[in-house]
Design a protein around this ligand. Sequence first.
Ligand code: CP
Length: 306
Amino acid sequence: MHFLEIKDFSKAQLRGILDSAVKRKNSRSGLAKGERDSDLPLKGKIVALVFERPSTRTRFSFEVGIRQLGGEVFTSSGGEMQLGRGETVADTARVLSRYVDAVMIRSKKRETLDEFASAATIPVINGLTNMTHPCQVVTDVMTLEENKGHLDKQHVAWVGDGNNVCASWIEAVGVLGGSLKVGCPLLLKPQKEFLDWADKHKAAVSVMTSPEEAVSDTDCVITDAWVSMHDEDVENRHNLLRAYQVNEALMKHAKKDALFMHCLPAHRNEEVTDAIMDGPHSVVFDEAENRIHAQKAILLSCFGKV
Ligand code: CP
């Protein structure tokens, strides 16, 4: 079974993945990072990681997680494969399906992921596209819930660019419940298809231009870089987003015990100040660690083991 978008899953399926992630995290208490999980659920399996874009967290958290599950892993950039010289995405998927048991792909465009998944005969995992970042948001939900309880009781604020991570957050709220206020410039609001999906599924998602209104009375404030890997209009984005910086003044509008999350990498003192990144609201490094636990559960769901 592929893991392509959060909206492809039912609430029960996502809850199964989240519960498995928490269980696996807890069961590793006291174990060295390199020690395997005792049940070795991916023994005999090989997973390929393919990156058309740079990565720190996604790459290393998948590599570590797969090893902990007892599997084998190798990583390649799209540029060093024949994919970079014109071999079709579909043919690449057919060939890798003969070599490995699953592929995680980070692609420049969503169409590449979809073409790869359509031709593959093994599970394919979305490791980020220009449109969504579902592995990140499963991790974010896990991190929020380990501090605050189930998402369906939480009010979340997204501040800044209505980007690919924001789109997966819209889907998470639509499937799992809770509410999401997106505070963003009109020109950088989430893409229509995600807002239409939210409307259709009666998700409690609202979009506003005021960052203060978005953050007001929320349990968790999230932001992301002003310029994502696929963006080119750097100066314009900085001008549009300057008023959306998450700083101490803005966090005061959230609940007193609100969390601050960021998928990283952060551009300190652009979208978020040092005081917030390193302050009492921040759980950004727990969030980064949880990439390992969440993705282990995602992998196991792909193999029908969740
Ligand atoms: N958050 C995230 O996906 O980080 P990387 O780009 O480093 O993988």
